[in-house]
Design a protein. Sequence first.
Length: 172
Amino acid sequence: MTPSDRAQYQGALDALKIAGVRFCVIGSFGLFMRGIELGDYEVKDLDIMIDPGLDNIERCAAMLTALGYLVRVWEEELPVPLTQDFLKGKYYLRATKPGDALLTVDCTYEHDSFPIESMLAGSEPIGADGINVVLLADQIAMKKARGTPRDLELLALVEAATSLSNGIRSLT
């Protein structure tokens, strides 16, 4: 990820916060925000978890659109008006924008294994701008549960950087 891409993602987070979108940062960008050294691991996108309320999802989509992102759900344009029936079972919004590389913001509003409300409530503000980031223990639990080769690679880097290898709280 280039410094320009990082700055654009940070700008999107700041704009979402100002717009009153309730969210927390998850994924490798959240680890980057915590200052965890990821070595050569490529942070490819920005993942956030958002409150699943329809008004919150609409605010999120509107702000990302205003920032020049194309916002879709499973390659479908968002209908006007947006409805819970349309969103149900689709899990996230994907916002894309050309930059130094294609910028991608995935906004998860539904999750089968981790309660979004719990993740949002337990997140903590990081940095001078106070952007909420999921707790490190929760981040590790999500990566372990998903268990893709890329997740396992990231976990090894995180555990090496933090010496955190046990004591992760269960969210089930």
